[in-house]
Design a protein around this ligand. Structure first.
Ligand code: ZN
Length: 287
């Protein structure tokens, strides 16, 4: 396991972590100032400053990307399915322009929440089947662009509105069915916030192996959690055994950036420099 105690060269900041404190360019500049070498941008933050300007900001600051957030929201009724496909191809193109190592996929829940305007449905199994079909279709495009797709299982509390893929096993089953040969162009993003509770997690990380482990996200699970979306904890403030999770992915050969991804009204209310300094300190001591 890598020793993070004396430097933070493998730290990446998911730009949602400080989305309220500045635009994408300001975030990139702040990361560079703190010696942070990588970011993982969100599409809306990139769109806000413009893709060309975002590409230039990353390049000027000499930063890497640890991922691009996000593609997905595949579930839609017939009238909105093409829109979902077009949108995902654009996400692949943007990830390519930004030289991201992978496009993170939050796959979508029931159609009416993933693609607003879609006819309401309660058929979760149909949504799951559609997700698999659409990932398979996007995979062809991703292969032609050489842009790996990282399926991120989300905590089951988001099954209706964000993702109906909720465990690492479920995500890997999809990968194995649509890419049995292991092309390296599809795998999983392990976000400790979403999967820490899963008794199968460590076995499934071992099953994934290096080829399917495309991204590793950290934050913490607070007890109590006061908001389903916006109450993620800073590493060390909750109950997730982060070193154990990191040791397990690294034992499989994962040597990439460890991405801090925190959506929190608490942390959004603090100055950007304070949040980044805290991320660095916790990265060195509790991750
Ligand atoms: Zn994540």
């Amino acid at each position: 396991m890598r020793d993070f105690s004396s430097d933070h060269r493998f730290l990446s900041i998911n730009t949602a972590t400080v989305r309220k404190q500045g635009d994408f360019v300001a975030i990139v500049e702040a990361c560079a100032r703190h010696g942070i070498r990588a970011v993982s941008p969100w599409r809306d933050q990139v769109a806000h400053v413009g893709l060309d300007r975002a590409v230039k900001a990353v390049r000027d600051a000499g930063l890497d990307l640890s991922g691009y957030c996000r593609g997905g929201m595949f579930t839609a009724d017939a009238a909105h399915r093409q829109q979902a496909r077009d949108d995902n191809r654009r996400a692949v193109d943007e990830a390519k322009a930004l030289s991201a190592p992978c496009l993170v996929l939050v796959v979508g829940g029931l159609p009416q929440y993933s693609r607003p305007g879609s006819a309401p449905s309660r058929d979760l199994a149909a949504a799951q089947a559609m997700v698999e079909e659409e990932i398979a279709a996007l995979l062809d495009y991703a292969k032609s662009a050489n842009m790996p797709l990282a399926v991120e299982p989300l905590h089951p509390m988001y099954a209706a509105d964000r993702a109906c893929v909720n465990s690492t096993r479920q995500a890997l089953d999809i990968c194995d069915r649509i890419d049995p040969a292991g092309s390296g162009v599809i795998g999983v993003a392990i976000d400790t916030y979403h999967v820490w509770w899963d008794f199968e997690l460590f076995d499934q990380i071992r099953r994934a192996g290096r080829k399917r482990l495309l991204a590793f996200h950290v934050c913490d699970w607070l007890v109590p959690t006061r908001d389903l979306l916006l109450d993620r904890g800073m590493m060390g403030d909750g109950v997730i055994d982060l070193p154990k999770a990191r040791a397990t992915v690294e034992a499989e050969g994962f040597g990439g950036y460890v991405e801090v991804e925190i959506f929190s009204e608490d942390w959004w209310a603090r100055p950007m420099d304070e949040v980044l300094a805290t991320c660095i300190e916790r990265f060195r001591t509790v991750v």
